[in-house]
Design a protein around this ligand. Structure first.
Ligand SMILES: NC(=O)c1ccc[n+]([C@@H]2O[C@H](COP(=O)([O-])OP(=O)(O)OC[C@H]3O[C@@H](n4cnc5c(N)ncnc54)[C@H](O)[C@@H]3O)[C@@H](O)[C@H]2O)c1
Length: 351
């Protein structure tokens, strides 16, 4: 076995249907007495439920979390937090809400209890991002890692089907890139492979299997943990550039782009393709990228970037930005014609 480094991140996990009912107990264990609950405007009722569960430990709700963590929203929430003298945060929602919690933790060091309601996986990473003047600045900092994560599959039942599938494939993208990351290791491989298996099984069972939501959330945890301890490659880079420049919906964009990047890298990642193939439950097939694409299509999600609102105008500019940001490792070398072909195919949904 090759030598490796595995950085265990210190997060307490509570998983299970109805686990959110232990929110006050978890806040007590974390030493919190004046809690600010964060959510988006759409999830105010879930935030109110969290507030009720916190009882005496609850102080205020801020319901202005927004995609890409605008700095103006961070400033507004920080002002409220300071005025109320809070000592911790409960973030109930997807990656956008947790992103706001992380920005506040970075500024003021508040401990976070995360209650994820999508499969984005941000709760298991030290990665943060804040958008100012149209640019999203990202970084890694241990201060933004939640102290506790409560995974309650019941809370994901309200996530619309299409968003559930795209969010699930966003998690699969973390796992796929972790499998071939330059700093992958046997522990990450275990987590990533199991994440792909459980997510594929859970997504196929949505609406019919009573255990589907649990499988998806369990997979999201594992995929987030794999993302949190490895370095991502071309797929995450493309989505970062597309998200920043075109503001495409995060999870759906990941779901469309993933098979195309896998195909771009295919000649360099034979062991990874075998692992994905086994995890998807399709045996050892020859065209794994196609198999992954078929999974998304069979689950009814958009299969082109144009369906998400992207046009062809900025392909050259995006290609240049991908080539310029050479400070990341990817299995296949980055070459202009190949990248342009990848982006154009993903744009039109050509295969
Ligand atoms: N830092 C990291 O490690 C990391 C990892 C993944 C994603 N992200 C970030 O997270 C953001 C995307 O997060 P996302 O994909 O979870 O989407 P999101 O948080 O933007 O949520 C999308 C919409 O779904 C709603 N929603 C969420 N859960 C729901 C539920 N259970 N029922 C009903 N509605 C629900 C939200 O309120 C929102 O309106 C992006 O900004 C991305 O950059 C960060």
């Amino acid at each position: 076995m090759n030598p490796f480094v595995y950085q265990q991140l210190p997060v307490r996990i509570r998983f299970g249907e109805g686990a959110v009912k232990q929110l006050s107990e978890e806040a007590g264990l974390a030493g919190l007495r004046r809690v600010l609950v964060l959510c988006t405007p759409e999830q105010k009722s879930q935030a109110q439920m969290a507030a009720d569960l916190l009882g005496d430990r609850f102080d205020a709700i801020f319901d202005g979390a927004a995609m890409h963590v605008p700095s103006t929203v961070v400033a507004e929430a920080a002002t409220l937090a300071a005025r109320r003298g809070i000592d911790g945060i409960v973030a109930i929602g997807g990656g956008s809400t947790l992103g706001l919690a992380k920005a506040l933790a970075l500024k003021e060091g508040y401990p976070i209890i995360a209650v994820p309601t999508t499969y984005a996986g941000s709760e298991m990473t030290t990665i943060y991002g804040i958008t100012e003047d149209g640019r999203k600045k990202t970084g890694r900092d241990k201060r933004v890692l939640p102290q506790t994560v409560i995974y309650d599959p019941v809370l994901t039942e309200t996530l619309p089907l299409e968003m559930s599938v795209t969010s699930g494939l966003n998690a699969v993208a973390h796992a796929v890139e972790a499998l071939y990351a330059p700093d992958t290791n046997p522990i990450v491989v275990l987590m990533a492979q199991e994440a792909i298996r459980a997510m594929a099984s859970g997504l196929k069972g949505l609406g019919t299997s009573p255990t589907a939501r649990s499988e998806c959330l369990y997979a999201a945890w594992l995929a987030g943990a794999a993302l949190g301890t490895t370095t991502m490659g071309l797929h995450h880079r493309i989505c970062h550039v597309l998200g920043g420049k075109l503001n495409l919906p995060h999870a759906a964009m990941h779901a469309v782009v993933l098979p195309y990047v896998l195909r771009y890298n295919a000649a360099h990642i034979a062991p990874t393709l075998n692992r994905i193939s086994v995890a998807l439950g399709v045996g050892l097939v020859t065209d794994v990228p196609h198999e992954l694409r078929s999974l998304g299509i069979s689950l009814g999600i958009p299969n082109s970037l144009s369906a998400l609102g992207m046009g062809p105008e900025r392909i050259d500019e995006i290609t240049e930005e991908l080539l310029e940001s050479g400070a990341y490792v990817n299995p296949a070398p980055l070459q202009r014609p190949g990248l342009q072909k990848l982006l154009l195919s993903a744009l039109h949904g050509d295969w």
